[in-house]
Design a protein around this ligand. Structure first.
Ligand code: ADP
Length: 191
């Protein structure tokens, strides 16, 4: 299974991703984590990316696309993967389609974790991660609404989107995630 997980910052993608990769036995491709690792390692890509991330802006495609391409080509991604944090824009979705086509791969399904803005702010205030400056966090939500939400239509039109309610306990939400995966499996088998 090759699945994309989409959700605003604070939607709980981290928790659900961990459970989902365990269930599917596929690698977790999180561009946020790849970028944070590059920043920590002080690579040229990391140094450039940091200036954007600190401001709550998207990192330029040139950096992201190279990272994702290298990862998708790795042997452990042959049988599938969970894409988390990429694609984040319509343009990135088109780049991904192109990359996958070259690798003779497809996207089986897209899961949206839907959480209202006021709940995201409430969660952020409660958890206080170090990159959670309230103003920057609000910017990241706006960037999601403006740049990433249009992707939902893109995948909806392809019949690949499962929008699930991101409110509830982690267990309740994971039940919904599994239901979406079963749906993707049925449509992959042409049922
Ligand atoms: P969140 O989903 O909480 O916004 P992530 O961990 O996915 O956080 O990403 C952290 C930051 O890394 C983003 O705010 C952005 O600056 C950068 N980033 C991650 N993925 C992408 C991407 N696909 N395109 C551009 N920038 C990205």
């Amino acid at each position: 299974m090759r699945i994309i997980l989409i959700g605003p910052p604070g939607a709980g993608k981290g928790t659900q991703s961990q459970r989902l990769v365990e269930l599917l036995g596929v690698p977790h491709l999180s561009t946020g984590e790849m970028l944070r690792a590059a920043v920590r390692a002080g690579t040229p890509e990391g140094v450039e990316a940091a200036t954007y991330m600190e401001q709550g802006h998207l990192v330029p495609d040139a950096i992201i696309v190279g990272m994702v391409r290298r990862r998708l080509q790795a042997p452990d991604c042959r049988g599938g993967c969970l894409l988390d944090g990429f694609p984040r824009t319509r343009h990135q979705a088109e780049i991904l389609d192109d990359l996958l086509e070259r690798l003779a791969m497809t996207v089986d399904g897209v899961i949206e974790l839907a959480v209202p803005r006021d709940e995201l702010i409430r969660r952020m205030l409660a958890r206080k991660r170090e990159d959670d400056d309230p103003e920057i966090f609000a910017k990241r939500i706006t960037s999601f609404e403006v740049q990433t939400a249009p992707l939902l239509d893109y995948y909806g039109q392809q019949g690949k989107l499962a929008s699930i309610d991101g409110l509830g306990t982690a267990d309740e939400i994971f039940e919904r995630v599994k239901e979406a995966v079963r749906r993707f499996e049925r449509s992959a088998r042409g049922l």
